[in-house]
Structure formats: structure tokens, C-alpha cells
Design a protein around this ligand. Sequence first.
Ligand SMILES: N[C@H](CCC[C@H](N)C(=O)O)C(=O)O
Length: 279
Amino acid sequence: MRLRFTKMHGAGNDFVVIDATREPFALTREQMRLLGDRRFGVGCDQILVIEPSTDTGADFRYRIFNNTGDEVEHCGNGSRCFVRFVVDAGLTTKREIHVDTMNRRLLLTLQDDGRVTVDMGPPVFDHAALPFDVSGLEPRLENGFELWPVQGAELAVVSMGNPHAVQRVDDVETAAVLTQGPLIEHDPRFAKRVNAGFMQVLARDRIALRVYERDAGETLACGTGACAAVVAGIRAGWLDAVVEVQTRGGLLRIEWAGGQSPVLMTGPAVKVFDGEITL
Ligand SMILES: N[C@H](CCC[C@H](N)C(=O)O)C(=O)O
């Protein structure tokens, strides 16, 4: 089959975007793996599929598949690229867009400077929701916030709709991202596996972050990972309410007022090229 797509990235986290608003999305898992392969296909961290809304309260629905073909709950950098795509494709004239993902409704705003602000909804700390099995573990409390001893790390466990386990490190450049990351991702306590974050606190309003993503391995940036890291840092008492997150692929700005307030993420969304591929 011939497939038209748009290649995009959000701070270096890269995507193949498929417009399924006029014809239904029908790729098999194998076709998605080929599409996402950096040598045999186009190559990307995730595949984003844009569909018409099934609910009057939202303008679109958007589905996210890791490059393994596994469908996942959320992709922060992807949601910004989604907005850039639907505006550039003329699929909407709005600049404030409501979109439904697997388990959240997001409000996204295209800023005049081309960046996109995403209301990511509130973080969830309920271990059962992640899911994360805490049986037999004793957390260390930092500012009253639980840090869990798993795989030789002290993990803050947060859901942004998708699961994250974040640890504070002295230096992200020398952190054991590529060795400890997969051990955390596949630890049996995370029944749906987990995205493993490594955060270096540079100041109360600035961190450096690397994320070993579930399925995708280390990406140049992880939007939901940046949200999870900042929320964990605020709860642990290390960070203030507005934080600049330095990732290997670019800068993200994360804001959270605490409690049930939503996490706001602002960052870039870039179109690289349009293409066609036969799968
Ligand atoms: N690998 C993630 C999905 C993509 C998240 C990341 N690309 C982001 O920007 O949030 C997961 O399996 O939950």
C-alpha cells in the first residue's frame, strides 16, 4: 500500500504523522515496525495517527504508537506536532484545540511564536494506576514525597497518562541511562513497563533530563518525561513551579502549581518533510 506521511519532531523526539481524518488508519503492527525502522523504513520514535473526533467535545482524536507498533497512552512532544500538523494542513482554523487521546482530553494552544502550549492534565501518583507494585518496598521520604528503591535507584513514580519512573542524578552526561534505563523499563514491578527518567537539578528553575523511553530507548527529548520529572522535583522540594527542561534535543518549559492543577508544557513543533512510502 502507498502511504502519505509527514515527518516531524518536537525537540528532536521524532515522529511519522499520518492523517487518518479522511480514510481510516489500517496499518498492521509489522507495517508500523517497518515505517519506524531507521534503516528499512522512514524511521521515528513514535507514529502519530490523527483521526476525526468521536466526541462533540473534542476537535480531533489522536493515537500514538511507539516504533514497535505498541499503542501507548500519551506523547507530549507528539501532541505539539499534532497541532502544528492540523493547522498547517488546514484541518482547523482554531488556535486552541481540544484533542482526545487514549485516556485524556488535552487542550493545546498554538502560540504566536510557533511554540505550542499543552495542558497535559494533572499528574497521577496512584501506584495502582501506573501500575507499579510496591509490595515489600519501603520508600524514602523526601519532603514527604515517596522515592522507591528499585534497580539500585531511588525512583519517583508518576503517571502523565503514561507511566514514568524518574531519578535524580548528579550529572546526566555520566548517568547510566543506557544500562540502568532498560533494567528499570523492564522491572517486573511495572506491569506495563515504564519510561525511565534521569534528572539533574541545575537550579530551582532549571534541570537537565535524559529519558530511556518504554519501547523506544533513549530519545532526544520526552515531553511526558519532562512533565513527570518536574512534578517529582516540585513534590520533592527541589524545584519551583516553572522549570526550564534542557533535553539533548532542545528546551521545554514546564509549569505546575501543585495538587490537581494541570501540568503545562510549552515547546517547539517542527515539520521536516512530507513523503510517501510503499509498505
Ligand atoms: N515511549 C512513551 C511514549 C512516548 C512519550 C514521549 N515521546 C513523549 O514525548 O511524551 C511511552 O511508551 O509511554
